[in-house]
Design a protein around this ligand. Structure first.
Ligand code: F6R
Length: 608
């Protein structure tokens, strides 16, 4: 998703703005730009593609100035060309924008009727054009900003420079986050605190409806109505995280191998390793008092939620209503205040998930969020925050956040079972013991399967389509396997519940179709093996991901069998996530794709 940075500095800013943009690369982008204000003159450099292209332009034609704004653009309205790249300049106004201006076409028509000429296809240009018109009509920069904000609707974060305001950046938030960094004689603006971490960890977050004026000496913040407001300053943890690949080729690889460690952190937060109990902090929602649980999320986080549904229903006997957030928010679901709602999000900023959260809040439900970014909008708007402790996830394809979400959901489901009397103290201890073993088993599996994963992926990289099958919690895992493979290798992949095979997808099976079957030796194993027989009978090439017991029990010929340790059903989804992540990763490496920043994708999706 687009990234914004701004600096009101006491020394040259253009290089520092680009350094800050590099920290936002993980969000995904397809062009970039920087603008500075130097002796009353706005100037800019913009480039298609990676930041390297912008740096090359800046090296050839440097930009002076101690005040500036910069942007990485993830195209929504108009192609990712240099013309459409931000900052947009109109009549002494420079604008960078993240999000969508929903009423842009109405405003654009009006401005064109008033004589304006548009040069880009972006929705952002209407902001610059509107501000320029308001300035021409005689409004001072602050008044123009406020009038513009009253006119535009949608989800946006904005940063604006005026050429007759040499010492200030104006910023506004309605939706996507904006962090203000307090420095020594300098002020900073960023889409998140990670972007600002080289400069400061002293952060103020704007809330929806706020707009602000940053100068060298501080920030003034106003609400929608223009009243001065104060927002708390906090010490951000973002600086503590090294945004560095270590000795890995990609962030995604690093994040896959970090899983045993980060899952230990997550578990440490939710379970007492000595007593083998779920900690009381996991009971921030009164699970005994609710009659059902509504869950919602997007993409991989949704698939974590789908696995969580199996656990809440099995261990806590709690009915769960779950849907992808883009449907959930519009379905007119009859929600009872006797329910609680649980949202899952790595970023805590995903527009559809945030809107679903607000929808449930209006319906009077208790709101919980399983979230990685603890300073995010979702965390701030929840009654109970369940951090996943995964550390920053830079690779666009979610890996460690997924397994940490699962670990937290497993602990919450066990805690809910205890609270509701459906899990006994002995059962709780046994289940927690399985969770506690998990990091060690993950580390062992990661070491053991690496060579197999590489050679299997080499074969898969020659395929056009791949089918994933699973039953029980292995069904959402099959969906996740397919999602991970398609998003980074661009190979078409589908996930199905194994029992659905004969209701349609079996028509696809022939000798060219690899079918990856995820089948731990659990209650469903024999049924999944029957479905594998159906694939084998039609010449399909089976990749069988199973455990030691499953490998011993099945006599079927496969293209490849990946054997994992036999573990309890509770932790199998986390352990079986590892081969599906590595298959996607190595296949993408063989295909030569941009693994960490796959085409068209963004890390944090702050638009609908
Ligand atoms: C896929 C992936 C996405 C995200 C989804 C939700 O690998 O990462 O599907 O899971 O965009 O994002 P968050 O979790 O930030 O709400």
């Amino acid at each position: 998703m687009c990234g914004i940075v701004g600096i009101v500095g006491n020394s040259a800013v253009s290089q520092r703005l680009v350094e800050a943009l590099k920290r936002l690369e993980y969000r995904g982008y397809d062009s970039s730009g920087v603008a500075t204000l130097n002796e009353g003159r706005l100037d800019r450099r913009r480039a298609e593609g990676k930041l390297f292209n912008l740096e090359t332009k800046l090296a050839a034609l440097p930009l002076g100035g101690t005040i500036g704004i910069a942007h990485t653009r993830w195209a929504t309205h108009g192609a990712p060309t240099e013309i459409n790249a931000h900052p947009h300049f109109v009549g002494g106004v420079a604008v960078v924008h993240n999000g969508i201006i929903e009423n842009f076409s109405e405003i654009k028509d009006e401005l064109i009727a008033g004589g304006a000429t548009f040069v880009t296809q972006t929705d952002t240009e209407v902001v610059a054009q509107l501000l320029a018109r308001l300035r021409r009509e005689g409004l001072a920069p602050r008044a123009a900003m406020q009038a513009m904000l009253a006119r535009v609707t949608g989800a946006y974060a904005l940063a604006v420079l005026f050429d007759d305001l040499p010492d200030a950046i104006l910023a506004a938030r309605s939706g996507p986050p904006l962090a203000i960094g307090h420095g020594r004689g300098e002020m900073f603006l960023g889409s998140d605190a990670i972007a600002l971490s080289p400069f400061t960890n002293d952060i103020t977050y704007l809330i929806d409806g706020d707009w602000a004026v940053l100068s060298q000496t501080g920030v003034e913040i106003f609400d929608r109505a223009g009243n001065p407001v104060s927002r708390p300053r906090q010490v951000s943890q973002a600086a503590a995280y090294l945004v560095d690949k270590g000795n890995h080729r990609h962030f995604m690889e690093k994040e896959i191998y970090e899983q045993p460690e980060v899952i230990s952190h997550a578990l440490g937060h939710y379970v007492d390793f000595i007593e083998n109990r779920v900690r009381p902090s996991a009971a921030a929602i009164d699970f005994a008092a609710i009659s059902s649980l509504a869950m919602s999320a997007c993409g991989t986080a949704y698939l974590a939620g789908l696995i969580g549904k199996y656990w809440f229903e099995r261990y806590a006997r709690l009915p769960v209503e779950i849907d992808v957030a883009s449907e959930f928010r519009y379905r007119d679901i009859p929600l009872s205040p006797a329910s609680a709602a649980l949202f899952i999000s790595q970023s805590g900023e995903t527009a559809d998930t945030l809107a679903s959260l607000r929808y449930c809040r209006e319906a009077g439900l208790t709101i919980g969020t399983v979230v990685n970014a603890r300073e995010s909008s979702m965390a701030r708007e929840s009654d109970a925050v369940f951090p996943i402790m995964a550390g920053p996830e830079i690779g666009v394809a979610s890996t460690k956040a997924f397994t940490c979400q699962l670990a937290v959901l497993a602990a919450l489901a066990i805690g809910a079972g205890r609270a509701r009397g459906t899990v006994s103290a002995e059962e709780e201890q046994a289940l927690v013991r399985h969770l506690v073993e998990m990091p060690r088993i993950m580390a062992r599996v990661l070491n053991a399967i690496q060579p197999d994963m590489e050679s299997l992926s080499r074969e898969l990289s020659r395929c056009r389509d791949v089918l994933y099958l699973g039953r029980g919690t292995a069904y959402p895992l099959a969906l996740e396997g397919a999602l991970k493979l398609k998003e980074i290798s661009y190979i078409h992949a589908e996930g199905y519940a194994a029992g659905e095979l004969k209701h349609g997808p079996i028509a696809l099976i022939d000798e060219n179709m690899p079918v990856i079957v995820i089948a731990p030796h659990d209650r469903f194993f024999d049924k999944t093996v029957s479905n594998m027989q159906e694939v084998a009978a039609r010449g399909g090439r089976i990749v069988f991901i199973t455990d030691e017991k499953g490998a011993a029990a099945s006599k079927l010929a496969t293209m490849r069998t990946i054997v994992l340790p036999t573990v309890d059903e509770l932790i199998a989804p986390m352990i079986f996530s590892l081969p599906i992540q590595l298959i996607a990763y190595h296949t993408a490496v063989f295909m030569g794709t941009d693994v960490d920043q796959p085409r068209n994708l963004a890390k944090s999706v702050t638009v609908e």
